[in-house]
Design a protein around this ligand. Structure first.
Ligand code: PLP
Length: 376
C-alpha cells in the first residue's frame, strides 16, 4: 500500500520540470514567430532563443556563439563525435550508449571504482597515430562517478586529439567550466536539471570551430544544426539553468540526503554493495546492490510502495540489459542486482525516509532476506 504521495527518486533518468521552466515554456509557446523570420514576430522569437543562448553560455563559461542547441544530450554527443570529422573514436568504457553507438575504435578501461586509466589513454593514442576524438564523460549516469576530465584532456591534447565531454549528468550538479575542463566540446541536456525533455546543447570551446552538421537544410545554429529552433524548449532549458543559484549549497544538501540513505541501507543489510563509493561521486546518486536479489524485483516492490527508482541503467525500451558500466568496473556479477537512486532539486528528507521505510520492509520479507543471505 502506498502511504502518501509517490516519491520520485529517479532524477538521473529525468528531473521534474522546475516551475520557472514550466512558466518559460508556456510563455514561449504563446509567442508567434519563427526565429529565422525578419519581421517583428520573428525577431521576438529570436530574442527568446538568443537570451537563452547567452544564459547557457555564461553558465558554462562559453561564448554565446559557441552554443549549438540540439534535441538533447544524445544528439549533442552524436554531433560532436561525427561532427569533429575524426575517423578514430577513443572513449571510456563507461560512456553513455549515445557515445558508444557512434562506433568506438578503442576503449579506455576503468578501475574498480569506475575511474579511467590515464596511462591507458596515452597508450591508445600513441599506438595508433590516426587523429582521434576522445570522449570522456564528466559524471556517470549509473554510479555518479566523476572522471578526471581535465587530466584526460591534457593527455589527449598532447597527442593531437580532439576532446569531447558528455556532461549531461554533471551539468547542474557540479560547477561547469569549459576552460577548467580544457575540452573542445561539451554535451548538456535540459531535462536532467529541471528543464523540458527534448532540449540540450553542444558547447564548443572555439566559437568558430567547424562542426559538420548531422541535420542539413536551413542555416540555423551557424550551419551546425538545421531545423527551426525548439523555441519553447530552449526558453525552458535556460529558465532551469537560471534556477541553479547555489550549486554548492545544493550539492551539500543532496550529499546529506544521499549519505543518510546509504547508511540506512547498510544498517538494514550490511551486505549491501555501494558502487563507486571510494571515488569522487555526484552527491545526488547512489548505485547499490543487494546480492542475490534481482534489481527488477526491488524496483517493482519499491514502486508498489510508492517509491520510484531505476534498475541500474534505465534503458528506453523498459528492458534492463546487463550494465556495461558495472561490468567495466569488474562488478558484472552484481550488475543484475543493482538499483540506482538519484535525488534532485525537489528531493526532501521525507523522500529519503520513505525510501528507507520501503527498502526496510522489502528486506524484511522472508523470500528476499533468504535470497540475500544465501548469496552473501
Ligand atoms: N549522456 C548521459 C550521461 C546520460 O545520462 C543521458 C541520458 O540519460 C544522455 C547522455 C542522453 O541525454 P538525452 O536524454 O537528453 O538525449
Amino acid at each position: 500500500m502506498v502511504a502518501g504521495d509517490p516519491v520520485y527518486l529517479d532524477y538521473n533518468a529525468t528531473a521534474p520540470v522546475r516551475p520557472a521552466a514550466l512558466r518559460a515554456v508556456t510563455g514561449a509557446l504563446a509567442v508567434t514567430g519563427n526565429p529565422s523570420s525578419v519581421h517583428g514576430f520573428g525577431r521576438g522569437a529570436r530574442r527568446l532563443v538568443e537570451d537563452a543562448r547567452e544564459r547557457i553560455a555564461a553558465w558554462a563559461g562559453a561564448a554565446s556563439a559557441a552554443v549549438v542547441f540540439t534535441s538533447g544530450g544524445t544528439e549533442a554527443n552524436a554531433l560532436a563525435l561525427r561532427g569533429w570529422g575524426r575517423r578514430r573514436i577513443v572513449a571510456s568504457a563507461v560512456e553513455h550508449p549515445s557515445v558508444l553507438a557512434a562506433g568506438v575504435d578503442a576503449m579506455i578501461p576503468v578501475d574498480d571504482r569506475g575511474i579511467i586509466d590515464l596511462a591507458a589513454l596515452d597508450r591508445l593514442l600513441t599506438e595508433d597515430s590516426e587523429p582521434a576524438v576522445v570522449a570522456v564523460m564528466l559524471a556517470n549516469n549509473e554510479t555518479g562517478v566523476i572522471q578526471p576530465v581535465a587530466e584526460a584532456a591534457r593527455v589527449a591534447k598532447a597527442r593531437g586529439a580532439v576532446v569531447h565531454c558528455d556532461a549531461v549528468q554533471a551539468a547542474g550538479r557540479l560547477p561547469l567550466s569549459m576552460a577548467a575542463l580544457g575540452v573542445h566540446s561539451l554535451a548538456v541536456s535540459g531535462h536532467k536539471l529541471g528543464g523540458p525533455q527534448g532540449t540540450g546543447a553542444l558547447l564548443l570551446a572555439d566559437a568558430e570551430a567547424e562542426v559538420k552538421p548531422l541535420l542539413a537544410g536551413g542555416g540555423q545554429e551557424k550551419r551546425r544544426r538545421a531545423g527551426t529552433e525548439n523555441v519553447p524548449g530552449i526558453a525552458g532549458f535556460a529558465a532551469a539553468v537560471a534556477e541553479l543559484e547555489d550549486p554548492d549549497g545544493e550539492r551539500i544538501r543532496l550529499a546529506g540526503l544521499r549519505d543518510r540513505l546509504e547508511a540506512a541501507a547498510r544498517d538494514l543489510l550490511p551486505t549491501v554493495v555501494i558502487f563507486g563509493r571510494d571515488a569522487p561521486r555526484l552527491s545526488n546518486t547512489t548505485c547499490l546492490a543487494v546480492p542475490g536479489v534481482a534489481a527488477q524485483t526491488m524496483v517493482m516492490a519499491l514502486d508498489l510502495a510508492g517509491v520510484a527508482v531505476s534498475a541500474g541503467s534505465a534503458c528506453s525500451s523498459g528492458k534492463v540489459a546487463p550494465s556495461h558500466v558495472l561490468s567495466a568496473m569488474g562488478q558484472g556479477a552484481l550488475a543484475g542486482s543493482a538499483i540506482r537512486v538519484s535525488l534532485g532539486w525537489a528531493s526532501s528528507e521525507r523522500d529519503v525516509d520513505r525510501f528507507i521505510e520501503a527498502f526496510g520492509s522489502l528486506m524484511r520479507r522472508s523470500a528476499i532476506r533468504e535470497g540475500a543471505a544465501s548469496a552473501a
